[in-house]
Design a protein around this ligand. Structure first.
Ligand code: ADP
Ligand code: SF4
Ligand code: MG
Length: 381
Protein backbone atom coordinates (compact mmCIF):
# COMPACT_ATOMS: atom_id res chain seq x y z
CA UNK A 1 0.00 0.00 0.00
CA UNK A 2 1.23 3.46 -0.83
CA UNK A 3 2.90 5.10 2.15
CA UNK A 4 2.96 1.84 4.09
CA UNK A 5 5.91 1.56 6.40
CA UNK A 6 6.44 5.31 6.64
CA UNK A 7 6.27 5.88 10.35
CA UNK A 8 5.10 9.30 11.46
CA UNK A 9 7.30 10.89 14.07
CA UNK A 10 5.89 10.69 17.59
CA UNK A 11 5.25 13.75 19.75
CA UNK A 12 8.38 12.96 21.73
CA UNK A 13 10.58 12.93 18.59
CA UNK A 14 10.01 16.63 18.03
CA UNK A 15 11.89 19.53 19.48
CA UNK A 16 9.15 21.71 20.90
CA UNK A 17 10.03 25.07 19.34
CA UNK A 18 8.28 27.08 22.01
CA UNK A 19 10.80 25.79 24.56
CA UNK A 20 13.71 27.07 22.45
CA UNK A 21 15.09 30.58 23.01
CA UNK A 22 14.30 33.34 20.52
CA UNK A 23 17.61 33.79 18.65
CA UNK A 24 19.50 37.03 19.18
CA UNK A 25 18.21 39.80 16.92
CA UNK A 26 14.84 38.12 16.33
CA UNK A 27 11.32 38.54 17.68
CA UNK A 28 8.92 35.80 18.71
CA UNK A 29 7.03 36.36 15.44
CA UNK A 30 8.21 38.41 12.47
CA UNK A 31 6.00 38.93 9.46
CA UNK A 32 8.08 40.52 6.69
CA UNK A 33 6.37 41.99 3.62
CA UNK A 34 4.10 38.96 3.33
CA UNK A 35 2.11 38.56 0.11
CA UNK A 36 -0.58 35.94 -0.47
CA UNK A 37 -2.40 36.09 -3.81
CA UNK A 38 -5.22 33.86 -5.05
CA UNK A 39 -5.09 32.85 -8.70
CA UNK A 40 -8.73 32.61 -9.76
CA UNK A 41 -10.64 32.52 -13.05
CA UNK A 42 -11.51 36.18 -12.55
CA UNK A 43 -7.91 37.22 -12.07
CA UNK A 44 -5.34 37.49 -9.31
CA UNK A 45 -6.85 38.40 -5.93
CA UNK A 46 -4.18 40.26 -3.97
CA UNK A 47 -5.63 39.30 -0.60
CA UNK A 48 -2.49 40.03 1.44
CA UNK A 49 -0.18 42.51 -0.18
CA UNK A 50 2.83 43.46 1.91
CA UNK A 51 2.00 42.86 5.58
CA UNK A 52 4.78 43.46 8.12
CA UNK A 53 4.84 43.41 11.91
CA UNK A 54 6.70 41.95 14.86
CA UNK A 55 5.33 40.43 18.03
CA UNK A 56 7.00 39.45 21.30
CA UNK A 57 5.91 37.32 24.25
CA UNK A 58 3.35 38.94 26.51
CA UNK A 59 2.25 41.33 23.78
CA UNK A 60 -1.16 41.68 22.16
CA UNK A 61 -1.48 42.81 18.56
CA UNK A 62 -4.86 44.06 17.35
CA UNK A 63 -5.52 43.61 13.62
CA UNK A 64 -8.35 45.87 12.53
CA UNK A 65 -10.07 46.49 9.21
CA UNK A 66 -13.34 46.13 7.33
CA UNK A 67 -14.55 42.77 6.11
CA UNK A 68 -12.49 41.56 3.15
CA UNK A 69 -9.34 43.51 4.06
CA UNK A 70 -7.18 40.38 4.36
CA UNK A 71 -7.16 39.90 8.14
CA UNK A 72 -8.11 36.22 8.12
CA UNK A 73 -5.99 35.32 5.09
CA UNK A 74 -2.93 36.87 6.80
CA UNK A 75 -3.40 34.63 9.84
CA UNK A 76 -4.31 31.53 7.86
CA UNK A 77 -1.11 32.04 5.84
CA UNK A 78 0.92 32.16 9.06
CA UNK A 79 -0.77 28.93 10.16
CA UNK A 80 -0.11 27.28 6.79
CA UNK A 81 -3.83 26.75 6.27
CA UNK A 82 -4.34 28.35 2.86
CA UNK A 83 -4.87 25.90 0.01
CA UNK A 84 -2.11 26.41 -2.54
CA UNK A 85 -3.37 26.55 -5.28
CA UNK A 86 -5.42 28.69 -5.58
CA UNK A 87 -3.31 30.60 -3.04
CA UNK A 88 0.35 31.38 -3.65
CA UNK A 89 2.89 33.14 -1.44
CA UNK A 90 4.20 35.79 -3.81
CA UNK A 91 6.76 37.22 -1.46
CA UNK A 92 7.86 37.82 2.09
CA UNK A 93 8.37 35.51 5.02
CA UNK A 94 7.08 34.58 8.46
CA UNK A 95 9.65 33.80 11.14
CA UNK A 96 8.65 32.08 14.36
CA UNK A 97 11.49 32.07 16.89
CA UNK A 98 13.79 32.79 13.98
CA UNK A 99 12.55 29.85 11.83
CA UNK A 100 10.72 30.34 8.56
CA UNK A 101 7.20 28.93 8.73
CA UNK A 102 6.81 29.47 5.00
CA UNK A 103 9.59 26.97 4.31
CA UNK A 104 8.38 24.28 6.73
CA UNK A 105 6.94 21.00 5.47
CA UNK A 106 3.30 20.15 6.17
CA UNK A 107 4.44 17.60 8.75
CA UNK A 108 6.48 20.25 10.57
CA UNK A 109 3.54 22.66 10.44
CA UNK A 110 1.28 20.03 12.00
CA UNK A 111 3.44 20.28 15.10
CA UNK A 112 3.42 24.06 15.10
CA UNK A 113 -0.36 24.33 14.73
CA UNK A 114 -2.21 24.01 17.99
CA UNK A 115 1.00 23.49 19.93
CA UNK A 116 3.10 26.61 19.28
CA UNK A 117 0.58 28.77 17.44
CA UNK A 118 -3.12 28.18 18.00
CA UNK A 119 -6.05 29.87 16.36
CA UNK A 120 -9.62 30.52 17.45
CA UNK A 121 -11.53 30.56 14.18
CA UNK A 122 -14.15 33.04 13.12
CA UNK A 123 -16.98 30.52 12.99
CA UNK A 124 -16.94 27.94 15.80
CA UNK A 125 -19.53 25.70 14.16
CA UNK A 126 -17.44 25.11 11.03
CA UNK A 127 -14.33 24.39 13.05
CA UNK A 128 -15.92 21.94 15.50
CA UNK A 129 -16.64 18.51 14.11
CA UNK A 130 -20.34 17.75 14.63
CA UNK A 131 -19.87 13.97 14.90
CA UNK A 132 -17.30 13.95 17.73
CA UNK A 133 -17.86 14.81 21.37
CA UNK A 134 -16.38 18.01 22.77
CA UNK A 135 -14.06 15.91 24.96
CA UNK A 136 -12.67 13.96 22.03
CA UNK A 137 -12.02 17.13 20.06
CA UNK A 138 -10.33 18.83 22.99
CA UNK A 139 -8.18 15.74 23.62
CA UNK A 140 -6.84 15.38 20.08
CA UNK A 141 -4.14 18.07 20.28
CA UNK A 142 -2.93 16.96 23.70
CA UNK A 143 -2.56 13.36 22.52
CA UNK A 144 -0.77 14.45 19.32
CA UNK A 145 1.53 17.16 20.67
CA UNK A 146 1.95 16.30 24.31
CA UNK A 147 1.84 12.51 24.21
CA UNK A 148 -1.01 12.43 26.78
CA UNK A 149 -2.97 9.21 27.26
CA UNK A 150 -6.69 9.34 26.43
CA UNK A 151 -7.48 9.39 30.14
CA UNK A 152 -5.04 12.23 30.91
CA UNK A 153 -6.33 14.23 27.96
CA UNK A 154 -9.94 13.77 29.06
CA UNK A 155 -9.11 14.90 32.59
CA UNK A 156 -7.32 17.98 31.24
CA UNK A 157 -10.28 18.66 28.91
CA UNK A 158 -12.58 18.85 31.90
CA UNK A 159 -10.20 21.28 33.62
CA UNK A 160 -10.04 23.42 30.46
CA UNK A 161 -13.84 23.54 30.20
CA UNK A 162 -14.03 24.60 33.83
CA UNK A 163 -11.40 27.25 33.17
CA UNK A 164 -13.43 28.80 30.35
CA UNK A 165 -16.53 28.85 32.52
CA UNK A 166 -18.55 25.86 31.29
CA UNK A 167 -20.72 24.67 34.18
CA UNK A 168 -20.96 20.96 34.92
CA UNK A 169 -17.86 20.25 32.82
CA UNK A 170 -17.59 16.54 33.81
CA UNK A 171 -20.91 15.91 32.08
CA UNK A 172 -20.65 18.45 29.27
CA UNK A 173 -17.36 17.00 28.04
CA UNK A 174 -19.42 14.08 26.68
CA UNK A 175 -21.78 16.34 24.71
CA UNK A 176 -21.69 17.08 20.98
CA UNK A 177 -21.19 20.61 19.57
CA UNK A 178 -24.87 21.08 18.65
CA UNK A 179 -25.79 20.65 22.31
CA UNK A 180 -23.88 23.86 23.14
CA UNK A 181 -25.09 27.44 22.62
CA UNK A 182 -23.13 29.84 20.40
CA UNK A 183 -21.40 31.47 23.36
CA UNK A 184 -20.55 28.09 24.88
CA UNK A 185 -19.12 26.83 21.58
CA UNK A 186 -16.93 29.91 21.41
CA UNK A 187 -15.65 29.04 24.87
CA UNK A 188 -14.95 25.47 23.74
CA UNK A 189 -12.93 26.90 20.84
CA UNK A 190 -10.92 28.94 23.30
CA UNK A 191 -10.39 25.90 25.53
CA UNK A 192 -9.19 23.97 22.48
CA UNK A 193 -6.82 26.74 21.49
CA UNK A 194 -5.41 26.90 25.03
CA UNK A 195 -5.08 23.12 25.46
CA UNK A 196 -1.37 22.94 24.61
CA UNK A 197 -0.45 26.30 26.14
CA UNK A 198 0.44 27.96 22.82
CA UNK A 199 3.16 30.56 22.47
CA UNK A 200 0.93 32.62 20.18
CA UNK A 201 -2.86 32.67 20.26
CA UNK A 202 -4.60 34.05 17.18
CA UNK A 203 -8.23 34.98 17.82
CA UNK A 204 -10.10 35.72 14.58
CA UNK A 205 -13.14 37.84 15.46
CA UNK A 206 -13.88 35.58 18.42
CA UNK A 207 -16.56 37.85 19.77
CA UNK A 208 -18.42 39.01 16.66
CA UNK A 209 -21.47 36.81 17.08
CA UNK A 210 -21.67 37.23 20.84
CA UNK A 211 -23.53 39.70 22.97
CA UNK A 212 -21.60 42.37 24.80
CA UNK A 213 -21.61 40.53 28.15
CA UNK A 214 -20.09 37.34 26.75
CA UNK A 215 -17.67 39.41 24.65
CA UNK A 216 -16.30 41.01 27.79
CA UNK A 217 -16.00 37.64 29.56
CA UNK A 218 -14.13 36.10 26.62
CA UNK A 219 -11.72 39.02 26.40
CA UNK A 220 -11.12 38.88 30.15
CA UNK A 221 -10.46 35.16 29.89
CA UNK A 222 -7.83 35.66 27.20
CA UNK A 223 -6.17 38.41 29.22
CA UNK A 224 -6.08 36.22 32.33
CA UNK A 225 -4.47 33.43 30.35
CA UNK A 226 -1.90 35.87 29.02
CA UNK A 227 -1.07 37.12 32.51
CA UNK A 228 -0.54 33.54 33.68
CA UNK A 229 1.38 32.18 30.68
CA UNK A 230 2.97 35.25 29.10
CA UNK A 231 1.99 34.20 25.61
CA UNK A 232 1.39 36.57 22.72
CA UNK A 233 -2.09 37.27 21.34
CA UNK A 234 -3.18 38.42 17.90
CA UNK A 235 -6.72 39.74 18.14
CA UNK A 236 -8.47 40.20 14.80
CA UNK A 237 -11.57 42.37 14.63
CA UNK A 238 -13.47 44.72 12.31
CA UNK A 239 -14.27 46.84 15.36
CA UNK A 240 -11.52 49.17 16.58
CA UNK A 241 -13.36 49.50 19.89
CA UNK A 242 -12.88 45.82 20.77
CA UNK A 243 -9.07 46.11 20.91
CA UNK A 244 -9.01 49.47 22.71
CA UNK A 245 -8.07 48.06 26.09
CA UNK A 246 -6.28 44.86 25.27
CA UNK A 247 -3.93 45.66 22.40
CA UNK A 248 -0.37 46.89 22.91
CA UNK A 249 0.04 47.42 19.17
CA UNK A 250 -2.53 47.82 16.42
CA UNK A 251 -2.28 47.18 12.69
CA UNK A 252 -5.02 48.77 10.60
CA UNK A 253 -5.56 46.92 7.31
CA UNK A 254 -7.19 48.14 4.13
CA UNK A 255 -7.48 46.16 0.89
CA UNK A 256 -4.80 43.65 1.83
CA UNK A 257 -2.28 46.21 3.06
CA UNK A 258 -1.45 47.60 6.46
CA UNK A 259 -2.22 51.32 6.19
CA UNK A 260 -1.26 52.26 9.75
CA UNK A 261 0.62 50.48 12.52
CA UNK A 262 1.48 51.78 15.96
CA UNK A 263 1.03 51.37 19.68
CA UNK A 264 -2.57 51.42 20.88
CA UNK A 265 -1.96 54.93 22.25
CA UNK A 266 -0.73 56.11 18.87
CA UNK A 267 -3.67 54.60 16.99
CA UNK A 268 -6.26 55.96 19.42
CA UNK A 269 -4.79 59.32 20.35
CA UNK A 270 -2.52 60.25 17.44
CA UNK A 271 -3.83 58.44 14.37
CA UNK A 272 -2.31 59.75 11.15
CA UNK A 273 -4.05 57.82 8.37
CA UNK A 274 -7.41 59.02 6.98
CA UNK A 275 -8.78 55.45 7.00
CA UNK A 276 -7.98 55.11 10.71
CA UNK A 277 -9.71 58.44 11.25
CA UNK A 278 -12.74 57.01 9.48
CA UNK A 279 -12.74 53.92 11.71
CA UNK A 280 -12.33 56.14 14.72
CA UNK A 281 -15.33 58.25 13.79
CA UNK A 282 -17.45 55.17 13.25
CA UNK A 283 -17.09 53.75 16.77
CA UNK A 284 -18.98 55.25 19.68
CA UNK A 285 -16.91 57.58 21.81
CA UNK A 286 -18.78 57.82 25.10
CA UNK A 287 -17.33 61.19 26.04
CA UNK A 288 -17.62 63.19 22.86
CA UNK A 289 -20.45 61.45 21.05
CA UNK A 290 -22.95 63.81 22.56
CA UNK A 291 -21.23 66.48 20.50
CA UNK A 292 -20.53 64.58 17.30
CA UNK A 293 -22.56 62.20 15.19
CA UNK A 294 -21.20 58.74 14.36
CA UNK A 295 -20.16 58.73 10.73
CA UNK A 296 -19.60 55.43 9.00
CA UNK A 297 -17.03 55.45 6.18
CA UNK A 298 -18.92 55.97 2.91
CA UNK A 299 -18.47 53.61 -0.02
CA UNK A 300 -17.05 50.12 -0.29
CA UNK A 301 -13.54 48.66 -0.27
CA UNK A 302 -11.98 48.30 -3.73
CA UNK A 303 -11.70 45.13 -5.77
CA UNK A 304 -8.58 43.19 -4.85
CA UNK A 305 -8.28 42.07 -8.48
CA UNK A 306 -8.21 45.50 -10.13
CA UNK A 307 -7.03 47.75 -7.36
CA UNK A 308 -6.96 51.53 -7.96
CA UNK A 309 -3.70 52.74 -9.51
CA UNK A 310 -2.79 55.03 -6.63
CA UNK A 311 -3.73 54.79 -2.96
CA UNK A 312 -6.26 51.98 -2.45
CA UNK A 313 -8.30 54.25 -0.18
CA UNK A 314 -8.40 57.17 -2.64
CA UNK A 315 -11.93 56.46 -4.02
CA UNK A 316 -13.32 56.89 -0.49
CA UNK A 317 -10.89 59.34 1.03
CA UNK A 318 -12.24 62.88 1.51
CA UNK A 319 -8.69 64.27 1.19
CA UNK A 320 -7.67 62.49 -2.02
CA UNK A 321 -5.64 64.54 -4.53
CA UNK A 322 -4.46 63.76 -8.06
CA UNK A 323 -1.23 62.45 -6.56
CA UNK A 324 -3.23 60.01 -4.40
CA UNK A 325 -5.18 58.75 -7.41
CA UNK A 326 -2.12 58.09 -9.54
CA UNK A 327 0.73 57.09 -7.24
CA UNK A 328 0.88 54.48 -4.50
CA UNK A 329 1.80 56.19 -1.24
CA UNK A 330 5.11 55.22 0.37
CA UNK A 331 5.32 54.03 3.96
CA UNK A 332 6.33 56.77 6.38
CA UNK A 333 7.83 55.54 9.64
CA UNK A 334 8.38 57.61 12.78
CA UNK A 335 11.17 57.03 15.30
CA UNK A 336 8.83 54.98 17.46
CA UNK A 337 7.98 52.62 14.60
CA UNK A 338 4.54 54.18 14.07
CA UNK A 339 4.00 53.85 10.33
CA UNK A 340 1.44 54.90 7.78
CA UNK A 341 0.87 54.53 4.04
CA UNK A 342 -0.45 57.94 3.02
CA UNK A 343 1.10 60.68 0.90
CA UNK A 344 0.36 63.21 3.63
CA UNK A 345 0.90 61.22 6.85
CA UNK A 346 4.18 62.98 7.57
CA UNK A 347 2.62 66.45 7.19
CA UNK A 348 1.82 67.65 10.72
CA UNK A 349 -0.45 70.47 9.53
CA UNK A 350 -2.52 68.04 7.38
CA UNK A 351 -2.87 65.70 10.35
CA UNK A 352 -3.75 68.35 12.92
CA UNK A 353 -6.28 70.00 10.59
CA UNK A 354 -8.14 66.77 9.79
CA UNK A 355 -7.66 64.19 12.55
CA UNK A 356 -10.81 63.54 14.59
CA UNK A 357 -11.17 64.67 18.14
CA UNK A 358 -10.65 61.62 20.34
CA UNK A 359 -11.13 61.06 24.02
CA UNK A 360 -10.87 57.46 24.99
CA UNK A 361 -11.42 57.93 28.68
CA UNK A 362 -13.93 55.13 28.61
CA UNK A 363 -13.57 52.41 26.06
CA UNK A 364 -15.78 49.76 24.56
CA UNK A 365 -14.40 47.26 27.01
CA UNK A 366 -15.48 49.42 29.93
CA UNK A 367 -18.92 49.46 28.42
CA UNK A 368 -18.86 45.71 28.09
CA UNK A 369 -17.69 45.40 31.70
CA UNK A 370 -20.55 47.69 32.77
CA UNK A 371 -22.96 45.46 30.91
CA UNK A 372 -21.58 42.40 32.73
CA UNK A 373 -21.97 44.14 36.08
CA UNK A 374 -25.51 45.20 35.18
CA UNK A 375 -26.40 41.67 34.05
CA UNK A 376 -25.01 40.21 37.29
CA UNK A 377 -26.92 42.71 39.37
CA UNK A 378 -30.02 41.93 37.36
CA UNK A 379 -29.43 38.20 37.90
CA UNK A 380 -29.04 38.59 41.64
CA UNK A 381 -32.03 40.87 42.06
N1 ADP B 1 -9.74 30.84 -1.49
C1 ADP B 1 -9.88 32.08 -1.93
N2 ADP B 1 -9.95 32.35 -3.25
C2 ADP B 1 -10.09 33.61 -3.71
N3 ADP B 1 -10.20 34.69 -2.93
C3 ADP B 1 -10.15 34.49 -1.60
C4 ADP B 1 -10.00 33.19 -1.03
N4 ADP B 1 -10.00 33.30 0.33
C5 ADP B 1 -10.14 34.64 0.59
N5 ADP B 1 -10.22 35.35 -0.57
C6 ADP B 1 -10.37 36.80 -0.68
O1 ADP B 1 -9.35 37.43 0.03
C7 ADP B 1 -9.80 38.67 0.54
C8 ADP B 1 -9.46 38.79 2.01
O2 ADP B 1 -10.28 37.91 2.74
P1 ADP B 1 -10.21 37.78 4.33
O3 ADP B 1 -8.80 37.69 4.77
O4 ADP B 1 -11.09 36.64 4.68
O5 ADP B 1 -10.85 39.14 4.82
P2 ADP B 1 -11.18 39.59 6.32
O6 ADP B 1 -10.81 38.50 7.25
O7 ADP B 1 -10.41 40.85 6.54
O8 ADP B 1 -12.66 39.86 6.33
C9 ADP B 1 -11.30 38.74 0.26
O9 ADP B 1 -11.48 39.56 -0.88
C10 ADP B 1 -11.65 37.31 -0.05
O10 ADP B 1 -12.73 37.25 -0.96
S1 SF4 C 1 -2.74 58.88 0.22
FE1 SF4 C 1 -4.33 60.37 -0.29
S2 SF4 C 1 -6.16 59.11 -0.70
FE2 SF4 C 1 -4.69 57.83 0.38
S3 SF4 C 1 -5.26 58.06 2.50
FE3 SF4 C 1 -3.67 59.57 2.14
S4 SF4 C 1 -4.81 61.43 1.61
FE4 SF4 C 1 -6.27 59.75 1.43
MG1 MG D 1 -12.02 37.34 8.50
Amino acid sequence: MFGFGRKKKQATDWVDLKTQPVPEGHHLLEVNDLKMYFHTQDGVVKAVNGVSYTLDRGETLGVVGESGSGKSVTSLTIMGLIDMPPGKIEGGDVLYRGRSLVKMTEEEMEHIRGNDIAMIFQDPMTSLNPVYTIGRQLSEGMILHRGYSKQQALQRSIELLQMVGIPNAEQRVKDYPHEFSGGMRQRVMIAMALACDPDILIADEPTTALDVTIQAQIIELMQKMQEENGNAIIMITHDLGVVADIADKIMVMYAGQPVEFGTAEEIFYEPIHPYTWGLNRSIPDPVIDEKRPLTPIKGNPPSLVNAPAGCAFSPRCPYATDLCRTEQPPTYVTETGHYSRCHYAHDASFVSANAPETSRTKTMLDHAADAVAAAQEGGEA
